[in-house]
Design a protein around this ligand. Structure first.
Ligand SMILES: [Zn+2]
Length: 114
């Protein structure tokens, strides 16, 4: 239960600290990344409390995590360039989706250590 609570609490804390001006939308986007757990539906059993998600479920593998790092970092690198409003919105979404997914992978990864 603590694990699931952390999937809500950590994005909320990060949104409040780093995205104070728009924390509500930031936390909503990051919590929405919990949808990544849809890949559990491919596993049998769907939920196993003793299984390590990282490296097992397709969207929890290292190639996927590399993509999440890109989603998070590319907008940071691009933010120094001039961009239209639509591109700024898309980059903010990408950044927050990447961040939410990375938080998710770290929290799931912590479970693998216990
Ligand atoms: Zn997960």
């Amino acid at each position: 239960m603590i694990h699931i609570a952390l999937h809500f609490i950590i994005p909320l804390l990060i949104a409040l600290v780093f995205y104070r001006g728009q924390w509500r939308s930031a936390v909503m986007i990051m919590i929405a990344t919990m949808l990544v757990d849809a890949d559990h539906l491919l596993a049998d059993p769907i939920y196993d409390p003793h299984r390590c998600s990282i490296g097992f479920h397709p969207l929890h593998t290292w190639p996927a995590i590399v993509i999440y790092v890109g989603l998070f970092l590319v907008p940071l690198i691009m933010s120094r360039r001039q961009a239209g409003d639509n591109l700024k919105v898309a980059m903010r979404m990408s950044h927050l989706i990447g961040l939410g997914l990375l938080i998710h992978m770290i929290l799931d990864g912590l479970d693998c250590l216990m």
